[in-house]
Design a protein around this ligand. Structure first.
Ligand code: ATP
Length: 295
């Protein structure tokens, strides 16, 4: 059996409206521009892992309105044979952005919140020690998926985002890799009374935006600097980093390489607008790293 990254991940349609200013309660405003993007932390991570050379299954759910989302996912090259069709609408977000880039976001979990045993039973039964299971806080059944994964010897990677201590703390006993940004790290430290690097998880990955990233693997610590970037849009930077890191770790077993690759992928990703669409290909990242090594 080959290694597979099985991401039980959120799928969102982001509806983005550009306005002069954000609306107030009770107000109706006319937008200047509208665009629709695929989003969701899970989906971004799957696209990043896929583009970084891993074999990825994205496992999730879309609603009766899910054709556009499925077309987009296939265009990303994702294996969509484990995306279920449910009654609830596809997860979606209404994002208003003003001229200064300030935004307001409303998210509907929709189909992402229908993951349960009935939907996932067969996929869970097929998990094994060769698999990495990837989870975030944007779907239902996260805790139960982690339990099922551990029971079958799969390794579990978990992004504690959007942060919620009630969900995150009980996950700590069941995961092999915890991925957080510095804000989530601070909240988790408050909730547990321990520094995040000291949590009893084999691998803890903390990202610090432009200031880099740190991996604590058992007792060893690795630091990775961020590559300088001309930032256009950082949405999905953390997801790109995690997806790329996991893919390169899975393919090569080399954490140092995986960190450097992930930092390069994220630096290229923040230079483009959008989240999933902005994630660079393996070739683009490899070429970037070769140029850096020669410089
Ligand atoms: P987001 O919420 O914006 O999706 P995040 O808060 O989860 O991201 P960050 O820690 O901000 O995650 O960024 C993740 C990684 O992306 C960083 O470790 C770094 O490698 C890269 N990155 C983010 N911002 C920059 C930047 N300004 N310049 C270069 N690299 C960056």
């Amino acid at each position: 059996d080959t290694n597979v990254i099985k991401n039980f991940g959120s799928i969102n349609i982001d509806n983005v409206y550009r306005l002069d200013r954000l609306p107030r309660a009770g107000e109706t405003l006319v937008a200047q521009e509208f665009a629709r993007f695929m989003g969701g932390k899970g989906l971004n991570q799957s696209v990043a892992a896929q583009r970084s050379g891993a074999d990825v299954w994205h496992i999730g759910a879309v609603g009766p309105d899910g054709d556009w989302a499925l077309d987009q996912m296939r265009a990303f090259g994702l294996d969509c044979s484990h995306i279920f069709r449910v009654e609830a609408p596809t997860g979606n977000a209404v994002i208003t952005v003003d001229q200064a880039g300030e935004n307001q976001i409303v998210i509907l979990g929709g189909a992402n919140q229908t993951l349960d045993q009935a939907l996932l039973g067969d996929v869970l039964a097929g998990l094994g020690p060769q698999d990495w299971v990837v989870l975030q806080n944007e779907t239902s059944f996260v805790h139960q998926i982690a339990l099922a994964a551990k029971a079958r010897g799969a390794r579990v990677a978990y992004s504690a985002a959007p942060f919620d201590a009630h969900h995150a703390v009980p996950m700590l006993d069941m995961i092999d890799l915890l991925a957080v940004n510095e804000h989530e790290a601070a909240e988790l430290a408050r909730a547990t009374g321990k520094s995040v690097a000291d949590l009893p998880v084999d691998m803890v990955l903390i990202t610090y935006g432009a200031r880099g990233a740190e991996l604590r693997q058992n007792s060893a610590r690795l630091h990775q600097k961020s590559f300088p970037a001309d930032v256009v849009d950082t949405t999905g930077a953390g997801d790109t980093f995690l997806g790329a890191f996991l893919a390169r770790l899975d393919v090569t077993g080399d954490a140092e390489h995986a960190l450097r690759y992930a930092a390069a992928a994220a630096a290229l990703q923040v230079e483009q607008p959008g989240a999933a669409t902005a994630i660079p290909s393996f070739d683009a990242v490899t070429e970037f790293l070769t140029r850096k090594a020669e410089a």
